[in-house]
Structures are given as structure tokens and as C-alpha cells.
Design a protein around this ligand. Structure first.
Ligand SMILES: Nc1ncnc2c1ncn2[C@@H]1O[C@H](COP(=O)(O)OP(=O)(O)OP(=O)(O)O)[C@@H](O)[C@H]1O
Length: 315
């Protein structure tokens, strides 16, 4: 697919959190100079283990957090700490987030109609009933779902409601944080297919965050692999999964996403480093079967065709 232009450019994004451990205050280096691009109509998956910084990046784009340094350009403007209320509203209308848990996203005492109507009220969008009907059709839910309570719907139907709300304002970018991780395997594919169709029908650009390389390959054009707050490999989704270059991507690839299938478990190969004091050089070197002396100082990125890989093996 040919893309027209970038809707998001992240340059050297840094985010630290302050945490208290006993009497001491520590800095967690959650994002360490992250560079990423999202093209119009593209689905980019950020893949990595728990704690690698995927959600933090998504939340910065969603303006739930602000970045400490670096520059982030979204839909033609630079995101800065302060935006006027009208700029903030316009931004939130255009950039919507889907959270991983469709159960906690929905208020159990409110009908689906109220949940879906809320953004239309906030953004003063007219033609409410018509738009409610349209989005339900788009997410393939029957119209009578509007008058149901969340507990009357299945997990997959609830996630469809959450997706309906995310598209009701006709956003340009969707940020999907593990949208299928709480769902049964049988329903996962239908939700991924729905996201793909929305992208195709409306040219919505998406950042999809997941632990699961298989669903990333299924849904994305490009994959960025994140480890300890850094992107270690980035490129075409199929190439990354079928022919991973970075030793960490190779490890993710060989780990069985399905616990019923035999295979390497990530925990068996060690743990990611503590982000309070991340190591110098390559952060993966302590777990890497190919580690050598240079890895303790190497921080570069190598471009191989369309792929970027941060590993000294490819120098
Ligand atoms: N609000 C916060 N306060 C302090 N530390 C945080 C906060 N949010 C995230 N962190 C830390 O930042 C690092 C990155 O976390 P993040 O949630 O972005 O990772 P993740 O890859 O999305 O993991 P998961 O898949 O488990 O959600 C972790 O070490 C985490 O403990």
C-alpha cells in the first residue's frame, strides 16, 4: 500500500516517571529516545514485553501523559504541554483511544446509548440518532444494542461498542492498546478484522499495541519492536515476523504466544533490565545469545533496506 504522508512523527521522545522505593525517590526511564512515524491510513503495531513502554508511548500521543523531551508532531502540529481548550477538544476528536479492557471501559449502570452519545454531546455533533445507527452498523451490532446494559452483551460485543465509541467522532487516528488481549481466541480475529475494515473504509491511521507478534503481523503494515523503552527493530510487518533480525525480535518470534503450544517462554530467557538504572549500550545484551564486547557501548541503529535494527551484529 502506498501512503500519502505522515500523520505522526516522534523524534527522540523521552519519558521518565518518578517512583518512591522506601525512603528514596527514583526515576523510571520508561521511554528512552523513541523515534517513530505513522503514515496516513497505516496500521503500525508496537510489540514488546510487559513494561517495555508501549502504553506510555500511546498515552503520550493520547495526551494522558506529556513527554519530558523530544518532539512529537501529530496531524500537522507539534504537541506541546499547553493547548487551549478548543485545541484540546479538536485533538481528542481526531485522536481516539481503545483500551484493552472492554469490561471496565463501560459503566455497568448506563445503557449503551448513553455511553455512545457522550462524545457527540462533548463535541457538539448533531444528528445523534442517525450517527448512533451508523456506528452500530459499522461495527456490526444490532440497533437494539443501544437499549441494553453492558452485562447483556458478550465480551466481543462490548469491545465492538468500545470501538463504536472510538469512531463516532470520525477520528483520523486510533490508538488501540491491546484491544483483543481480554477476549477469547475465537473472537480476537473478528475484532482485528473489524479494525482492518475501518482502516480500509475510512483511511483511519492506527497505532496498535500488543504482546502478540501473530496478531501484529495479521493486522499491521509495519511493526516496531520495543524493548526497555527503546525501539530495537522496525519495518514491514511480514518481514519482521518472518525474518526477524534483532536477537530480541528472534526471541519474541520463538516464544509461543499460545501457552498450549510448546516453545520457549520469554521468562526462561531472563528478564528485561530494571528501568530505574538501565544498562549502558544495548539493553538486551544480558539476555542475548550473540552478545559481544562492543554491545556494552553500542547504541546505534542500522538501516537494512526498509528495516531499521539497533544491533551491532549488522554493522
Ligand atoms: N504512572 C506510572 N508511574 C510510574 N511508573 C510507570 C507509570 N506508568 C508506567 N510506568 C513504568 O514505565 C515502564 C513502562 O510501562 P508501560 O506500561 O508503558 O509498559 P508496557 O509495555 O505498556 O507494559 P504492559 O504491556 O504491561 O502494559 C514500566 O517500568 C512501568 O512500571
Amino acid at each position: 500500500m502506498g501512503f500519502l504522508s505522515s500523520v505522526l512523527t516522534a523524534n527522540e521522545i523521552v519519558k521518565n516517571f518518578t517512583v518512591r522505593k522506601g525512603f528514596k525517590i527514583h526515576k523510571v526511564h520508561a521511554l528512552r529516545r523513541v523515534n517513530l512515524k505513522l503514515e496516513q491510513g497505516e496500521i503500525l503495531s508496537i510489540v514488546g514485553e510487559s513494561g517495555s513502554g508501549k502504553t506510555t508511548f500511546l498515552r503520550i500521543v493520547a495526551r494522558i501523559y506529556t513527554h519530558d523531551s523530544g518532539r512529537l508532531f501529530v496531524l500537522g502540529r507539534e504537541l506541546c504541554r499547553k493547548m487551549s481548550r478548543s485545541e484540546e477538544l479538536e485533538y481528542r476528536k481526531n485522536v481516539q483511544m481503545i483500551f484493552q479492557d472492554p469490561f471496565s471501559a463501560l459503566n455497568p449502570v448506563k445503557k449503551i446509548r448513553q455511553f455512545l452519545k457522550r462524545p457527540l454531546e462533548i463535541f457538539k455533533i448533531s444528528g445523534v440518532e442517525e450517527r448512533l445507527g451508523e456506528v452500530l452498523r459499522e461495527v456490526e451490532l444490532p440497533l437494539d444494542s443501544l437499549d441494553k446494559y453492558p452485562h447483556e452483551l458478550s465480551g466481543g460485543q462490548r469491545q465492538r461498542v468500545v470501538i463504536a465509541r472510538s469512531i463516532i467522532t470520525k477520528p483520523k487516528i486510533i490508538l488501540a492498546d491491546e484491544p483483543t488481549s481480554m477476549l477469547d481466541v475465537s473472537i480476537k480475529a473478528s475484532i482485528l478484522n473489524l479494525l482492518l475494515r475501518l482502516r480500509d473504509d475510512y483511511e483511519i491511521s492506527m497505532i496498535h499495541v500488543t504482546h502478540d507478534l501473530a496478531s501484529a503481523k495479521y493486522i499491521s503494515d509495519r511493526i516496531a519492536v520495543m524493548y526497555a523503552g527503546q525501539i530495537v527493530e522496525e519495518g514491514n510487518a511480514q518481514q519482521i515476523v518472518d525474518n526477524p533480525l534483532h536477537p530480541y525480535t528472534k526471541l519474541l518470534r520463538s516464544a509461543a504466544p499460545d501457552p498450549d503450544r510448546s516453545g520457549l517462554k520469554l521468562g526462561e530467557t531472563g528478564e528485561p533490565p530494571d528501568l530505574i538504572s538501565p544498562p549502558e549500550g544495548c539493553s538486551f545484551r544480558m539476555r542475548c545469545p550473540y552478545a559481544r564486547k562492543e554491545c556494552s557501548t553500542f547504541t546505534g541503529t542500522v538501516q537494512i533496506d526498509e528495516r531499521k535494527v539497533s544491533c551491532v551484529l549488522y554493522m
